[in-house]
Design a protein around this ligand. Sequence first.
Ligand SMILES: [Zn+2]
Ligand SMILES: [Zn+2]
Length: 173
Amino acid sequence: MLVEIIPLGGIEAVIKRETSSALRSVYGVDVSFQEAKQMPQTLYDKSRGQYLAEDLLEFIAQMGKADKIVVITNEDMYYKGRNYVFGLAYLGGKACVISTYRLKEQAQREFSNKTEQEVFVGRVRKEVIHEVGHTLGLEHCSNNRCVMSFSPTVLDVDRKDEYLCGPCRRELD
Ligand SMILES: [Zn+2]
Ligand SMILES: [Zn+2]
């Protein structure tokens, strides 16, 4: 299976490196990159200073020829009834979108043995694994250490591991 990562706007080189290694190690997929695409300014919600995640998913759905498409943006996103989201995917869908914007929030004290940058990169890895998991048909998991657990805050993201639990892993087999 080939997963293609498409940056929407600029993203850091470390994020490219880390997200592709995360996807390779967890799902055993091949990963390729497309050149960065321009953020679609017409979709920008000026009153909120955000993009609607659903709009971005629709925008990217036609891009790329790979089996799965992962779009990463540094812009802030929201979704129906939620002030912000880290990512969005539809179950079994082709594409998913991840925003790094809110993942930059400062870590809690108990995670301070890692640098801010390590914490940030770890969160992005987890969210990319999580959203790709949805595109592979995985639903939210009740095990809060599992990468497929629902994690609406950075604290939840920091608490979970970047791996699938046994039952989630078996669903993919
Ligand atoms: Zn989810
Ligand atoms: Zn699980």
